[in-house]
Structure formats: C-alpha cells, structure tokens
Design a protein around this ligand. Structure first.
Ligand code: CA
Length: 404
C-alpha cells in the first residue's frame, strides 16, 4: 500500500500530465495516419512502426519542452513510490490522565498520521477507576479532525490509577470547550467488543497493538470468545490480525544485577495478573520498550497555546502533580513506544538480543538473556542520546499544525 505523499505530488502534477498526454496523443494520431498511409496494413512493418512511434514521441516531447518536465516528474516520484512505507496500522491502548506522556504519545501518533506514516485503527482507554480518560482522547481526536477513529473504554472500575492527576473531569465535563462528545467511559463502546469488531475488519497480520498503560484490555481480548463480529476466539483473532504487541512495560527489567523489578504499567493498579495472561497467551511478536525517563518532552507543544487540549492537558498534569510548567517538561516513556511502533529502532533504540521476560505477578520481572523463548524482544534506549532524542521528539510535536 502507498502512503498519501506520492499521491499528493501526483495530484499537483496532474495539470502538467494532462498537457503532456493531450499534446502527445494528438501528434501521435497524425503520425499513425502517416505511418499506416506509408506501410498500409502490412503487419511485418509493425516493429519498425513501434520504433518510429517511440522516436517521434521523444521528438515531440523534446520540441515541446515536455521531456525535461517528464523526467523531473519521474525523478521526484520514483523514489517516493519505491521507498515510501505503508502506514503502520496501530491500536493505541492508553491510561490517559494518569500521566501526561500519554498525551505526548497520542499527539506524536497523530503527527505520524499527518505524515502518512501511521493509521490509527482503534483507541482504547483501559482504565476504569477514573472514568474521564476516554473524554480526553475524544477531545484530542476532534482537535485533529479525526473524530471517526473507533474509541472504546473499560466499563469496569477495578483497574487503573485511583487519582485523577490530570484533573480530566474538570477539563472535559464542559463539552463546549473542546467539542468532545464523550465525557465518561460509558459514553464510549465497551473496549473488548470494539476491539473484536475492528480487528475482524482488518487485513490479516498487519496490526500493531501498542499498550502505554494497563494490560487489562489486551488480556480480556485474548480471553474473549466468538461473538457477532467474529467466530474466532480472542487468541485466534489476535493471532490472525495482530502482527506484534509493542508494550511500554518491563522498565529496567534488563538491569545488570538481574534483580526482579516491578514497573507501573505491568504491575500496579490491578494489572499484574492481566500482564501475566498477555505474556502467556499473546501468540506473535512482543516488544518491551525500556527507556524515556531522561528524555524530556512537552516544549514542542508550546506553540499550540492555552485552550488547545494537548497544551492544556500537559499543563494541567504538570501543575497539579509537580507544581511545574510546560517549560519543565516531562519524561517520555509512552512516546518511545509510539516512536518504535512507527519508526522502528531508528538512531535512538537498540535490541538487547535474544531472550525472554521472566514474570511473576508477586515478585516482579526480569529479562533473561539466553536462547529466545517465544518471540520476545527487549528494546532499550541507546546510551548518551537523551538530549538528541528529546530534541527529535519535541521537533515532531512542534510540527503539529495549530488549526486542523
Ligand atoms: Ca501511560
């Protein structure tokens, strides 16, 4: 599949293409009349006739100055068609509101969509204790003019950060401010049904499932049974449609001492057993993303200003939790997962090599560097690139247009 960029360029060149083919076809027709007049209907002259057409076509193009312009089109478009990647199909699973890097991650993902590098297949807010994250996601989608992205949410209240750190309730309860239609989770479809519906309609093996929060939605999807959307079990549906799971989780599991560690996303707020289920049942490749603590982002959103949901959500969280401003910025754990899902390791991330994640809901997890068991990969941030990575991500955020 082609990204949008080459088509945009072709559209720009369309008037020129019409001029080119209009002029040439007219000259060609008159030349064909001449040729057949000379050689009649004797098909033994056909190869010679073709050569003459080609020669004359080039002559016409050179005379009309179109040859150079045609070559220009080919030079511009060929690399784009050859090297442009298909947009990554992403399911974005977040605990929006618990931290502000979820806002940065969704902003970055939308920017990738604008660049033709990603497609957001679905979004889920898999926290139920504070039920306002779905409203923030809806407001962000609407800012980008993408309110049609399927958005589901947890309808339970057992998993999730118990504190509304972003003051999301205040931000999105008055729907006139950001135009959101969703306020609480139950205004959005229940997450597992939505995920099954969306996955059933996707081509096989193309979706990347990104978790930057809890693992409850993915575990519940894997445990689900056949329904009106698909006769497949959750495990079979995921095996067929989802090529990989990219998880912001298992942070510091690759520590040199081999200590068992517990990170926020995989262990806290009621998620540990759901994570274990995901690790046991997820049938395809799994990538654990480890890094982002000292990669500071937020300043790239300054240009959007007060009244913009991305700006307001970052500022609200930083002010409420740390009494800080956007200038102080925030760690970028979740942005790293989105970066990897769309751009791969790039210049900032590296693969730790073969191994697997040892996991105990009670004791913690650690990366065992040995023969691979399953398809698990630990992706770590490279040494000494905190500042360069911050700059890169902030530049991406700064590209977000003020008006969509
Ligand atoms: Ca998060």
């Amino acid at each position: 599949m082609l990204s949008g960029q080459p088509w945009l360029i072709l559209r720009r060149f369309w008037p020129l293409s019409r001029e080119l083919f209009g002029s040439i076809s007219k000259r060609l027709l008159s030349f064909a009349e001449l040729s057949f007049g000379q050689y009649g209907a004797d098909w033994s002259f056909f190869p010679k006739w073709l050569l003459l057409i080609l020669f004359n076509w080039m002559k016409v193009m050179r005379e009309t100055g179109l040859l150079n312009r045609t070559l220009l089109i080919l030079v511009v478009c060929f690399p784009l068609f050859t090297f442009s990647q298909a947009p990554e199909k992403i399911i974005f699973d977040t605990d929006m509101g618990s931290d502000c890097d979820d806002v940065g991650a969704l902003a970055l993902l939308h920017q990738y969509v604008s660049e033709g590098k990603a497609e957001i297949v679905a979004e889920v807010y898999s926290s139920g204790v504070v039920p306002y994250g779905a409203g923030v996601i809806d407001a962000i989608n609407r800012f980008f003019g993408r309110s049609d992205i399927p958005l589901g949410a947890s309808h339970g209240n057992e998993v999730g950060d118990p504190v509304d750190k972003m003051l999301a309730e205040q931000m999105i309860s008055d729907t006139s401010r950001y135009g959101n239609r969703i306020v609480t989770n139950t205004d959005a479809p229940e997450q597992v049904g939505l995920l099954r519906k969306v996955l059933a309609s996707q081509p096989d093996g193309e979706v990347t499932y990104v978790t930057i929060g809890h693992t409850e939605a993915l575990a519940s999807l894997l445990n689900s049974g056949p329904d009106q959307y698909s006769p497949l079990s959750g495990e079979d549906l995921v095996e067929k449609k989802v090529q990989r799971w990219v998880a912001l989780g298992a942070l510091n599991a690759g520590n040199e001492r081999g200590d068992l560690v517990k990170d926020w996303n995989f262990f806290f707020n009621g998620t540990a057993d759901y994570t274990r289920t995901c690790l046991e049942k997820f049938p395809n490749e799994v990538y654990f993303i480890d890094g982002g603590s000292d990669v500071m982002t937020g300043q790239g959103l300054q240009h959007l200003g007060k009244g913009n949901i991305l700006y307001d959500a970052y500022v609200s969280w930083l002010d409420n939790v740390f009494d800080r401003t956007l200038e102080d910025q925030r760690s970028s754990w979740d942005l790293l997962a989105v970066y990897f899902a769309v751009e791969g390791k790039g210049s900032y991330l590296s693969d730790r090599g073969p191994g697997y994640l040892e996991f105990s809901s009670e004791k913690g997890c650690r990366w065992i560097q040995t023969e691979p068991r399953g398809n698990q990969y630990l992706i770590s941030q490279r040494e000494g690139i905190d500042e360069a990575f911050s700059e890169y991500l902030n530049e991406k955020l700064a590209m977000i247009e003020k008006d969509y």
